[in-house]
Design a protein around this ligand. Structure first.
Ligand SMILES: NC(=O)c1ccc[n+]([C@@H]2O[C@H](COP(=O)([O-])OP(=O)(O)OC[C@H]3O[C@@H](n4cnc5c(N)ncnc54)[C@H](OP(=O)(O)O)[C@@H]3O)[C@@H](O)[C@H]2O)c1
Length: 253
């Protein structure tokens, strides 16, 4: 039995992946809070039930996913009592294993996970550390599982996921620039999302290096090469690295 404490965006994605179109979906328990999310999921999937308290989720589930915001971790965990034999999988960014083991005692297995929103389509590549069977048993159902060799490496993967919004902001800059050229805003957005959506598809199917893919899109002496050289000249790769270093520092306290 899977239980989720915190029923927001992440839980929704994982629950959808576990349930939508699945012949025999697993029973799932959700904590009560969460902007109608739990009620909506339970209405959609008969295998999902909303409990009346966080502790009821922990009492009845064997694998518990912690999916509240990290700032609430201490407050939420202080009220929960676990049992030996349970597995506790924390999705809370930056909350360290040592702390989780302390809060989760005497649960037998404690791990950290980073599921991706694509779990909803069973396309997540979920980072799991350490390698616990219960983590694989859950997250293999919503995509693939990647187990790094150290907790620090999990933090590095977590840091990489902090780039989504900046990446979208880069695309929004292109949309704004097109609009400034007199393109209708809707057409500018449709054009940009189409070309980058297709780029995303080509990334998903690509098995070689990113440098090889870059070369495919970049005619020597052409305009793609010009923009890349301009941005490199203005220090963009260095800024990205420094921003990633700062997030890693924040996650590792
Ligand atoms: N979103 C992602 O793709 C993603 C990916 C990897 C990891 N994570 C991690 O997953 C966690 C959740 O992220 P999220 O994006 O799902 O956040 P979210 O959408 O804000 O969901 C958090 C949920 O926790 C609920 N909550 C607040 N206080 C609670 C309490 N005392 N007991 C039980 N539930 C409580 C909130 O309910 P109310 O709405 O009633 O406040 C909300 O439904 C974070 O720690 C984040 O670092 C997220």
């Amino acid at each position: 039995m899977f239980g989720f404490v915190g029923a927001g965006a992440l839980t929704t994605a994982v629950v959808e992946g576990l349930s939508a179109g699945v012949a025999e979906p697993p029973p799932i328990l959700l904590s009560p809070r969460g902007r109608e999310v739990g009620r909506e999921l339970a209405g959609r999937y008969p295998n999902v039930r909303v409990c009346s308290s966080n502790q009821d989720v922990v009492r009845d589930a064997t694998t518990i996913v912690l999916a509240v915001r990290p700032q609430l971790a201490a407050e939420v965990m202080a009220e929960l009592s676990f049992r030996p034999g349970q597995a506790v999988l924390s999705a809370m960014a930056g909350v360290r294993l040592e702390q989780l083991r302390d809060w989760g005692a005497p649960a037998g297995r404690v791990a950290r996970v980073i599921p991706l929103p694509a779990a909803a389509r069973r396309r997540s590549l979920t980072v799991l550390y350490p390698d616990v069977d219960a983590g694989r048993a859950l997250f293999d159902r919503v995509g693939e599982v990647l187990v790094p060799g150290a907790e620090r490496t999990l933090d590095a993967f977590s840091t990489a996921t902090a780039t989504f919004a900046a990446h979208l902001d880069y695309l929004a800059t292109i949309v704004d620039w097109l609009t400034d050229q007199g393109v209708d805003p809707g057409a500018a957005a449709a054009y940009t999302t189409r070309i980058f959506g297709q780029l995303g598809e080509s990334l998903t199917g690509h098995t070689g290096t990113l440098a090889e893919l870059t070369a495919e899109y970049m005619t020597p002496g052409g305009i793609n090469e010009q923009v890349m050289a301009d941005l490199r000249g203005e220090g963009v790769p260095g800024s990205v690295r420094r921003a990633l270093d700062r997030v890693m520092g924040r996650l590792r306290g």
